[in-house]
Design a protein around this ligand. Structure first.
Ligand SMILES: *Cc1c(COP(=O)(O)O)cnc(C)c1O
Length: 433
């Protein structure tokens, strides 16, 4: 399978190249040249298959030409060391719980898959250690660090702004050790991102070190997220609820929902999608007006969705040939203020006992408001509420339990290297490594 750039101004890439490069040279996003479809027979009995079996079939369709069958199965099984089950919340509304992985958020799936696929490819090159640089304001760093933890041949540097990341988040990437180094930058998130970008452009650094990113736009991070949409369908089918299944995705950079849309193009019979936004309503406005107008992001309660120019919009646009009509025919939208989010979390908890996190709350609310007769809805619960314990406790007036694997991070010993926000310091540090 070859991959083209959404900007259509770069040569086609192999999967190997697309995974190592991340972004195409014309700064576009890689897209598979065709979308394989799965046979109707697969969907007929899908409810009898396990999550891992389903995921192997989906992975083979996309990556089977480029990765040895046995290796691919091993990569998929290693990635999915945890389940993505559905849980009933309301009569016709189910949560697809994507928080059972090591860092309790859906990004674990993509990060773990990418780490293993990157390792598979660099082993073939035999060209020495690869260094992954990642800037984080919290969530991405933990998913990437844990996804790559212990993966031989790859070292990860996580850059994060000193004092600007919650203790729970910080503990998830500063306590790991091994092939993970946390760099505590005396600055803000934008400084971290600037340091990473500058490093990729620095000829001297690149002559000494093999650098790559684990950005969420990487095909190896976003495509595997399709696995759990197939699983949601299978489990709903098992309940007799899949005839008109609506999938609702709390969205920020739109990687997660794009993977679901790819699933649909592969034949997955999802009736329609809803992208639920917080107050960052760029996609919502696009649906209303047909104009895509990025703006500066606004800080909200659901902060992993605070994106003012969602990268993967380019993929959605490309997937539907740039047609506003086709996009609006299949994808609906919603946008919610922080007050809406609080109200939804409280109402849902009081009435059903289910604890939503602020991101999942947007998804749940959109289904409550927009589900039509005969439809059943599934929303992605993208993170465990305990990741946002302070906020959630305050909103619900509760003291929610912290899962053991999160508590274990918090007991770990923090190890980090302090750095200024000057590029020269960062560069000198990397050259000494
Ligand atoms: C990253 C993230 C999102 C947004 O996902 P996208 O793929 O960027 O749309 C939503 N919820 C949580 C908890 C996240 O970490």
């Amino acid at each position: 399978m070859k991959y083209y750039s959404t900007n259509k101004n770069a040569p086609m890439a192999t999967l190997h190249e697309a995974v190592v490069k991340g972004l195409a040279p014309d700064r576009g996003l890689y897209m598979p040249e065709r979308i394989p479809t799965l046979p109707a027979s697969f969907f007929q009995h899908i409810e009898q298959l396990s999550f891992q079996e389903i995921a192997c079939t989906v992975a083979e369709a996309f990556f089977g030409e480029d990765v040895e069958k046995e290796d691919l199965r091993r990569i998929v099984c290693d990635t999915l060391s945890f389940d993505c089950p559905i849980a009933q919340v309301d009569e016709n509304i189910y949560a697809l719980e994507l928080f059972h992985g090591p860092t309790l958020a859906f990004k674990d799936v993509g990060a773990r898959f990418m780490a293993r696929l990157l390792q598979y490819f660099i082993r073939q090159e035999d060209a020495g250690r690869v260094n992954v640089l990642v800037a984080t304001s919290g969530d991405t760093g933990s998913a990437v660090a844990n996804g790559f933890l212990g993966v031989e041949g790859i070292h990860v540097y996580v850059l994060y702004p000193k004092g600007k990341v919650s203790r729970i988040q910080e503990s998830q990437f500063t306590t790991l050790g091994r092939n993970i180094t946390a760099l505590e930058v005396d600055g803000v998130f934008d400084d971290c991102q600037r340091l990473v970008k500058q490093a990729f452009l620095d000829p001297e650094l690149n002559a000494h070190l093999r650098l790559t990113s684990a950005n969420s736009i990487n095909v190896a991070r976003f495509l595997p997220q399709a696995f759990y949409y197939f699983n949601a369908y299978a489990r709903m089918k098992g309940l007799g609820k899949a005839d008109k299944m609506v999938m609702c995705v709390p969205s920020g950079n739109f990687g997660n929902i794009t993977a679901g849309l790819f699933g649909h193009e592969m034949g997955l019979p999802i009736h329609r999608f809803i992208a639920a936004n917080n107050a960052n309503d760029i996609f919502y406005n696009y649906l209303q007006t047909g104009r895509y107008e990025p703006k500066a992001s606004i800080q909200t309660l659901a902060n992993a969705m605070d994106v003012g120019d969602p990268s993967n919009f380019a993929r959605v646009y490309d997937l539907y040939g740039g047609s506003h009509e086709r996009i609006t025919a299949y994808i609906g939208g919603a946008t919610y203020s922080d007050d809406d989010i609080r109200e939804t979390m409280l109402e849902c908890h009081r009435r059903t006992g289910y604890v939503l996190d602020p991101h999942g709350a947007c998804g749940y609310r959109a289904l409550r408001e927009q589900l039509r007769d005969g439809e059943a809805g599934v929303f992605c619960e993208t993170a465990h509420p305990a990741k946002f314990k302070e906020k959630v406790d305050e909103i619900l007036g509760a003291d929610i339990a912290i899962p053991e694997r999160l508590a274990a991070f918090m007991r770990g010993k923090k190890q980090s290297v302090e750095l200024s926000r000057e590029f020269e310091d960062f560069k000198a540090f990397l050259l000494k490594e």
